[in-house]
Design a protein around this ligand. Structure first.
Ligand code: GDP
Length: 296
């Protein structure tokens, strides 16, 4: 992963490596570069501060100073800490529940919830051989219900109808009932989003969570949201016991620092990345590769 480092940081490592001894001020210089790289990637400031503090503690504690190759030792600590924060290995969708396993999709409007619901349906049908039903609880935007219908058909899953005059909780109950009677393995519940976090929205989704008892509660977040992703993640993480994150629009030109912020703030693993608008634009999230992208 040394290739993941910024040019500046690599140069600094070389300079330091050439020295017989490393000083605390060298460590500080290097960490300043790491800090810049993280901020340039749009990692939220408090998350960057925490990260740097942890690395500094370890660097000084583990005697980077005085070690044979101090530059490399420090880079090793940075990479290890990054990997530990991002989560190691891959985390697939958990379906260990009495069928139907319910998956609740949460996030702001425009984050990519509806698109991701269909992508996930396709993934579960093709990769896990599951019978999948989708339903929309977005009673505020009839177009959103129609959109889910369209993309569900593209995914080859079944769509459960809902209408704007219904209450989301009633829709949820009816969909679960239908899924049980027709032996669906998975029920994917798309929910209403707002342009910004608001209390009514949070209360509604908490109610849905209590009713549905989902095995997965996925927070869908737009990687292009940059710094704002941190605040959104905090609000959803406080309202719901999130079990995973889907980071969408990673095909954009952001360095994806939102991944680090969202992961650290919620503690939930990033399970998937959205990589295009198309129905097959969903990849299992690779934390190590992504750590490289963040450092630039
Ligand atoms: P929702 O309001 O959260 O349900 O968001 P939508 O699913 O309607 O998505 C909002 C917009 O983002 C749509 O134009 C999608 O096509 C687009 N979108 C969603 N996921 C991705 C992705 O991974 N990559 C790209 N490029 N666009 C995406």
């Amino acid at each position: 992963m040394a290739s993941a480092l910024t040019d500046k940081l690599s140069r600094l490592v070389k300079t330091i490596s050439g020295q017989a001894r490393i000083t605390e001020s060298n460590v500080t210089d290097m960490l300043r570069e790491v800090r810049m790289a993280l901020l340039e990637a749009d990692v939220a400031l408090p998350v960057v501060r925490d990260f740097i503090a942890r690395v500094k503690d370890k660097a000084l504690g583990q005697e980077v100073i005085g070690s044979l190759k101090p530059g490399q030792a420090l880079v090793g600590i940075v990479n290890k800490e990054l990997a530990a924060t991002m989560g190691e290995g891959v985390a697939d969708i958990n379906l260990a529940a009495q069928p139907p396993a319910v998956i609740l999709m949460a996030g702001l409007q425009g984050a990519g919830k509806t698109t991701t619901t269909a992508k996930l349906a396709k993934h579960l049908i093709e990769k896990r051989k599951k019978k999948v039903l989708t339903v929309s609880g977005d009673v505020y935007r009839p177009a959103a219900i129609e959109q889910l219908k369209t993309v569900t058909a593209q995914a080859g899953a079944e769509w459960f109808p809902s209408t704007p005059d219904q209450k989301p909780i009633d829709i949820a109950r009816a969909a679960i009932d239908y899924a049980r009677k027709h032996y669906f393995d998975v029920l994917l519940v798309d929910t209403a989003g707002r342009l910004a976090i608001d209390e009514a929205l949070m209360a509604e989704i908490k109610g849905l969570h209590a009713e549905l008892k989902p095995v997965e509660t996925l927070f869908v977040v737009d990687a292009m949201q940059g710094q704002d992703a941190a605040n959104t993640a905090r609000a959803f993480g406080e309202a719901l016991p999130l079990t995973g994150i889907v980071l969408t629009k990673l095909d954009g030109d952001s360095r994806g620092g939102a991944a680090l912020s969202v992961r650290q703030i919620t503690g939930a693993p990033i399970k998937f990345a959205g990589t295009s608008e198309k129905i097959d634009g969903l990849e299992v999230f690779d934390a190590e590769r992504h750590a490289g992208r963040i450092l630039g």
